[in-house]
Every structure is written in C-alpha cells, then in structure tokens.
Design a protein around this ligand. Structure first.
Ligand SMILES: [Zn+2]
Ligand SMILES: [Zn+2]
Length: 297
C-alpha cells in the first residue's frame, strides 16, 4: 500500500512544487493549504485512543462489502473537540466566505450543544443520517452543504488515522472493486506507475490507495478490450483523464509516474483541476465529488 504518512514539512514542499508546475492551480491549493496542514497535525495528535476494530468478516469483504460497513471505525474517545476546533479554523482561514459558519459550529461544539460523535457513531449498517445534518444546519442557521463539507473533513481525519488498523485486518486479501475497500467511496484520482504500469486508485474519503485493473472502468466495471480512452491536453501527456462511454464518468489519472518522487494525491488532484473542468464540459461526471467541486458550488 502507498499509505505513507506525510509530515507538515513534506506537505509544504509538495504544495510548493505543485504550484510551480501548475500555476493555475495556485488558488485552489492555497485555499486548501490550512486544511491539509491541520489534517497532518491532527493525525499526529497524541490524544488518539488505541482501538481494536471488530466485526470484520473476510467473506463479506470478498463479496465487495467495504470495511466501513462491517466494523465501527469511529470512536467516542476520538479527539472530536480538537478536530472540530482545528478543522473549522483551517477551513475558515482558507475559505473566508464560510468562516462565520465554521465559527458557529466550533462554538456549538465548545458549548456542548453539538456532539459530533452522535453523527459518526451510528451503527455501521444504518448509514449516515442526512436528517441530522439538516437539523443541525437549521439550528445553527448555516447552510447544510457547508456543514456537510466539515463533516466530510472530520470523517477523513478519523478514517485516515484508522488506515493502519484497517490494513492489518484486510491484509493481503484481494479487492477487485473500483470503490474503496476501507470506506466504500469511488476514487478521486488514479496513478499509473512508470515501470510496472500498475494502476493505483486513490480515495479522498479516507486517503487509502489500492491497485485496480487497467482495462476495467472502476465505476461501472465495463471491460474494454481495445484499451481505455485517455484525454490529455497537448504537450502534457502524463496528465490525463480516463473516460468511460458506458457510465459517462471520468477519472483524472497521472501516468508514467516514477515511484521515487514524493507526492500527495489529494494535492495532485487539485493541481489537475483544469482537467475536471474540461471533462465536465464534455458531459462526463466525476466518480466522486471532490472537496473542491463542493467548495466551488
Ligand atoms: Zn476510502
Ligand atoms: Zn464506466
């Protein structure tokens, strides 16, 4: 697995490099910078409880049921208040238009009026309660999509923290699905290595990366005998978007990448956001909503 942890310092270096290589993505990366750095700091927080994941069933996993629908990955002892403080302040810094909303949420959690765990701690098979989000947003007089954006960021930090435990459970078991074995989301970006030409799919929901066939569409699982359609802008052949004519989805894909360069696929996806614009103009939809699609809306 390519789930190596990144320090704040290495993230700063990666962001600087990506902005130099793709200056047009500077504004997006700058807006997300406080959030990405806060995430790295939170992952290094000392208050995380040691947890044991239970409920994993290799048979159900083999049938395509992701870990998040078998084992509880969120715990009451997780540092919910620290996470809310840090993420609301980072999001407010990067996105001044919603900083007031972030302040409202932080205040409600601080004052004990909002318990984030009550949303995330629901039984794994129940799914997330959208009505709770709507009710919270109404109670705080903020927009539901803005609250949802924060909840997704909280979820990402906790799930990324759990990746080592998740990996230990999953082990070497095969996963031939286009959605994430840990959290069930579809990938936000793919990477094809230079020498071995394996395709890695990256999940922005939890940060997990897994290997997937290069000749099957991750979204609808159609197999293409003639190979896949890859769109790219002239003179930048490594920066591509895979597209599928059957499901009309696309997946931004970085090709021919050497294994040596340190990179962060969330940041790479931001630096290639111009491909999102082009593919959506061509009538294709992303496989998952990346945070900057949401933030833009
Ligand atoms: Zn995931
Ligand atoms: Zn497809």
């Amino acid at each position: 697995m390519r789930n190596e942890k990144k320090t704040e310092e290495s993230l700063r270096g990666i962001m600087a490099r990506e902005i130099t290589g793709n200056p047009h993505a500077g504004a997006i990366i700058e807006a997300f910078r406080p959030l990405l750095l806060a995430r790295a700091r939170l992952l290094a927080n000392e208050k995380w409880p040691a947890v044991t994941l239970t409920g994993f069933d290799p048979t159900r996993f083999g049938a395509g049921i992701p870990l998040s629908r078998q084992a509880q990955l969120f715990f009451a002892a997780d540092p919910w208040e620290d996470m809310t403080e840090a993420l609301t302040s980072a999001i407010g810094e990067g996105f001044p238009l919603i900083s007031r909303d972030m302040g409202q949420i932080a205040g409600a959690v601080r004052g004990g009026d909002l318990d984030m765990f009550s949303y995330f701690g629901a039984p794994v098979d129940a799914g997330r309660d959208g009505r709770l989000v709507a009710a919270w947003a109404e109670g705080l007089s903020i927009s539901a999509p803005v609250l949802d954006f924060l909840l997704r960021q909280l979820s990402r930090v906790v799930l990324e923290k759990r990746l080592p435990e998740a990996a230990a459970l999953i082990g070497e078991r095969e996963w031939r699905r286009g959605y994430c074995p840990v959290c069930g989301e579809f990938p936000s970006i793919a990477l094809i290595e230079e020498k071995i030409t394996r395709r890695w799919l990256h999940c922005s929901g939890c940060g997990h990366e897994w290997i997937f066939s290069r000749v099957i569409c991750p979204y609808c699982e159609r197999e293409a005998q003639q190979g896949m359609d890859f769109f790219f802008v002239e003179d930048r052949p490594r920066e591509t978007a895979f597209s599928c004519d059957q499901c009309r989805r696309y997946l931004v894909t970085l090709k021919g990448v050497s294994e040596l360069a340190e990179r962060d696929l969330d940041i790479t996806a931001m630096s290639l956001a111009h491909l999102d614009v082009i593919m959506q103009e061509k009538g294709f939809s992303p496989m998952t909503d990346s945070p900057w699609h949401v933030a833009r809306a």
